[in-house]
Each structure stands twice: as structure tokens, then as C-alpha cells.
Design a protein. Structure first.
Length: 348
């Protein structure tokens, strides 16, 4: 058998990293860093392009198991959200995915279904899969009994080289992208009082849900500072159906006793608008409505929904950048909110 035939006969595993380096005209170390990344040395963009193009030409695929052993992680980035059907979480997820793909990471999304126990189970499973990053987006639930175990799992994961970032979940010892829920709600109260509203129905979730607690507390503080009498606060589910049911109860007597319904998220506010219509009233004209988050539907509703804007896509991008940054300390990155007044709360 001649030399070329012998080499073809011996090769059974496909192209290697050495082949990619030779094809790209770089060292094997540079080719490796182009695929795996490096916490200490950056690879020039033109070298990365050459390596990736060479790999495509010769049909080379990185070995993910080998990468996990070498790096202590795979090329995946894991996001845990409460509910992907909720536009709040899907918008954050879109930002995380955009930032992950920009770094040639493979994003994965797990759904905790608003269950702290499920969230803990997901994190335990993820530790065995060795993602490069774990980002958890969702409101903490006080008194769930899982915070201690969750912190232990995440600390063990970080000790093995992983990176953890939380979104709007202050209180655990990890870097956090902190949305100004209380400040945004207080500003909304001041803006609505400035438009002439005085009799408020406030739709909140259970006090144990930290996001709802902070937003409701901020709104009530804003009303108190403006000298507005105590509003009617209704506890309901943190969903569109919850907003509908709570508003239906507020309007049960026929003639509305409130001149504005304010919900702690937009999907609840959308449910409130439907309940107002079902009561034979017109949202905005008969009863003002406002929410929180400024999800993509708000501007397209009739009437367009007043709300507190949160840059949700940028929140996701920021979380991923924080996770991949060089700073290994615990950081809190604040995210400002802004009031957006639309036709659902015309001046009174």
C-alpha cells in the first residue's frame, strides 16, 4: 500500500484540530482558543474567521465532551425562566440568546413554571451538563424554603468554573441585573396623580412574589407621597386571567368605584381591559388602565396601554455580558425604568 493510501486507510476519525490549524495557517493553540475561548488570551477576529472557515471547508466538528473536560464546561449557556409564554420572560430570553450567539455559545432555555422546587431541580440537572453560564430570570418567592439549597447548588457550580447571573432577584449572593421595580412604580403613581386620577384599584400578586411586592409597594408609596387616599388593593394571580378576575370583582356593582386600575404587570392589565369591556365600559374613557413592563403588545392595544417601560431585551443582553465578563466578584447592575403614558390613561 502506498503512502497516501496508507494514510487514508489509517484515518477513521475525520479531520482533527491539527488539520484545521494547518488549513487556516495558524498554530494549534490558536485554533483551540478560537473554538474554546480563553479567559486569559484573546484571539484576533481575523484568526477566528480563518479557523472557522477552515473547519467548515474540511468538515471539522469540535468535540463537545473534550471541550467540557478541558474547560470545565461546554459551549452552552443555560437560561432558566418562570414562563416562556409570558412576553416579559420571552423578551429577556431573546436578549440572552442574541448575546450568547454573538459569543458562539449555544443557548438553552429551561422553564421553571413559577415553581421554586422545579427551579432547584433544573439547576441540579444543569450542573451535570456543565454549561458555561447559568442565568436565572424570575421573581424570587419569599418563604419557599429553597433559597438555601439553590445557593449551595449555584456556589458549587461556580466553584467548578461556571458563571451565575440572576435577573431581578436581589438577595442571593450572585451577580444580579437589578430592575428598578419600586422606583418605576412610584414614578407611575406620581404620573397618574398628575393626570388627575385619585381613586385607584391596584392589582397585585401574592406578597411572597418579590417582583409584585416591590412594584405594589412602590406604587402605594407614590400615592401616599402625593396625598392620595388609600386605594383598593386586590390580590390575584400574576397572569392575564388574574387581572381579569380581579377587575371583574372591582366592577361587580355596575358603576365603577375606581377611576383607574393599575396592575403590577402588563398581562394583568390586558386582562383588566377585557373585564372593563365585558362590564359594558370603555377602557381609558370610563376607567383608566396601566401596567408594568411595556411588553411589545402595549402600543398596539386599543387603547394603547400606559405602563412602565423595562428594556427587557437589553436586560437579557446585559445578563449574558455580565456572566462572560472578566470580573469574578459579585456585581449588581441596575436597570432604570421609565413611565410611558398612552391613551389608556387620558387626563381626567
Amino acid at each position: 500500500m502506498d503512502g497516501a493510501a496508507g494514510r487514508r486507510g489509517r484515518r477513521t476519525s475525520g479531520p482533527t484540530l491539527h488539520d484545521v490549524a494547518r488549513e487556516a495557517g495558524v498554530s494549534v493553540a490558536t485554533a483551540s482558543r478560537a473554538f474554546n475561548g480563553s479567559s486569559t488570551r484573546n484571539v484576533k477576529p481575523e484568526y477566528i474567521s480563518r479557523v472557522l472557515a477552515a473547519a467548515e471547508r474540511i468538515g471539522y466538528q469540535p468535540h463537545l465532551s473534550a471541550q467540557a473536560i478541558a474547560l470545565g464546561s461546554t459551549r452552552t449557556a443555560a437560561l432558566v425562566v418562570s414562563d416562556i409564554d409570558d412576553p416579559y420572560f420571552s423578551s429577556i430570553a431573546a436578549g440572552v440568546i442574541t448575546a450568547a450567539q454573538a459569543q458562539r455559545l449555544i443557548p438553552t432555555v429551561a422553564i421553571a413554571d413559577r415553581s421554586p422546587d422545579r427551579e432547584l431541580q433544573i439547576v441540579r440537572t444543569l450542573r451535570g451538563q456543565r454549561p458555561r453560564v447559568i442565568i436565572i430570570a424570575g421573581s424570587r418567592i419569599d418563604g419557599s424554603g429553597t433559597d438555601g439549597a439553590l445557593s449551595e447548588e449555584l456556589e458549587a457550580y461556580q466553584a467548578a468554573g461556571g458563571r451565575v447571573v440572576l435577573v431581578s432577584q436581589e438577595g442571593l449572593p450572585f451577580s444580579t441585573v437589578a430592575i428598578d421595580n419600586g422606583g418605576g412604580a412610584r414614578a407611575l403613581a406620581e404620573a397618574l396623580v398628575g393626570r388627575g386620577y385619585r381613586r385607584f384599584g391596584v392589582l397585585c400578586a401574592a406578597p411572597a412574589i418579590r417582583t409584585s411586592h416591590d412594584r405594589c409597594g412602590g406604587f402605594l408609596a407614590g400615592l401616599a407621597a402625593a396625598g392620595v387616599p388609600d386605594p383598593t388593593v386586590v390580590e390575584t394571580a400574576f397572569t392575564r386571567a388574574g387581572g381579569y378576575d380581579a377587575t371583574h370583582e372591582l366592577l361587580r356593582g355596575g358603576r365603577p368605584t375606581v377611576d383607574a386600575v393599575v396592575a403590577v404587570n402588563d398581562v394583568m392589565a390586558i386582562g383588566a381591559m377585557t373585564a372593563i369591556r365585558d362590564a359594558g365600559l370603555v377602557p381609558g374613557r370610563d376607567v383608566g388602565v396601566a401596567g408594568f413592563d411595556d411588553i411589545s403588545w402595549c402600543a398596539d392595544l386599543d387603547p394603547a396601554l400606559s405602563t412602565v417601560a423595562v428594556p427587557l431585551h437589553e436586560v437579557g443582553v446585559t445578563a449574558m455580558r455580565l456572566a462572560l465578563g472578566d470580573d469574578r466578584g459579585v456585581r449588581v447592575v441596575p436597570v432604570a425604568t421609565s413611565v410611558v403614558l398612552r391613551d389608556s390613561t387620558p387626563p381626567r
